[in-house]
Design a protein around this ligand. Sequence first.
Ligand code: AMP
Length: 392
Amino acid sequence: MSTSILVINCGSSSIKYALISERPQDRIHGLAENLGSAEARIKGITIGGQPLDLAIPHANHEQALDVLLQRLSKYKPQAIGHRVVHGGKLTKAERLTPEIIKTIRAAVPLAPLHNPAHLIGIDATMRLFPDLPQVAVFDTAFHQTMPAHAYRYALPQFLYTEHNVRRYGFHGTSHAYVSQKAGELTGQIDQGGWLTAHLGNGSSTCAIWNGKSVDTSMGMTPLEGVVMGTRSGDIDPSIHQYLATNLGWDLHKIDHMLNRESGLLGLSNLSNDMRTLIEASEQGHEDAALAIEVFSYRLAKSLAALSCGLPTLQGLIFTGGIGENSAHIREKTVAYLPHFGFALDLQKNTQLPRGQEGRIDQGQGPQIWVIPTDEEGRIAKETIEVIQQNKQ
Ligand code: AMP
């Protein structure tokens, strides 16, 4: 293993980790979950594909990281790359310094569920590994190239200038990775216009022109945009007023409903999991069928809207758990875009092997690709780039 980078994604009660090296088969990854509780444990895959399941009762973030890093230290990671959801105005990955940590802290009000957890992880790894270079890679950074007409809300100006109320966009690491991969696969790196659809439990779309994000569906928070597992995506903001006046709901209850009880789960009253919904709809569950229909239609509508940011369209890329695995959703989405000239190859679409990239159009009209995302790989790559730039 010549270069290995430890990628850490610290959530409020879990830590995802991956040790990335140049040989894909050497990748180690896993999850420390239920932190702070009696059920805390680390589950993962070690080198050679061996499963790991280790109880760490009552371990907090720092203790879990300590166990993890001790186990991984034999592989001698050269650096740590942290996934950080919100980087405020930062436009690229940055080596962690007191100044950058201050910026991440300043963005806490913009990502109250995510940035505090990232800071706990950063704090722990800085204490445990003071000599290891550490880099923060931001979900928002890729979208900092959006023009003002894409990132501004039509709200009073002072809310932007004094309170940072604007569209930021998320999933930047994934949109950047799959669009760059498409460039490599077509031999046209950072050229032309791509629409990307990252479809997982959280979903977003992005328009990319010459390698740069020009618009995206998520906004100031990851709630805006397309329908997601439990998130509503776009709604009429006056629904807040209606619920407060007529049902007596407070902001906390409304926010919880929009983030946790809506989306596919809310529509179907059954599940937030697309596999479950597809199976149920095949067995005649009407609400599951409607949830799939709303998901696909609203996704297509978002892609059509984002295409306004692209002078020409080279193609569409599906990624994320749903985008990579569901031929059904891909077919439905493309069918809702009848004016774009897409010609889906039904056989290629359904026969694409799981986990593999592939082109699924008939060779005419804009291209359609399925490209498995690799956010950890991209974070590792950006971490190496930042460290090399700092050495120069
Ligand atoms: P992610 O958040 O990227 O892990 O994606 C999770 C979503 O992918 C869940 O809604 C899963 O149901 C969905 N998913 C995974 N495999 C399939 C599949 N074969 N067909 C449909 N949805 C799938």
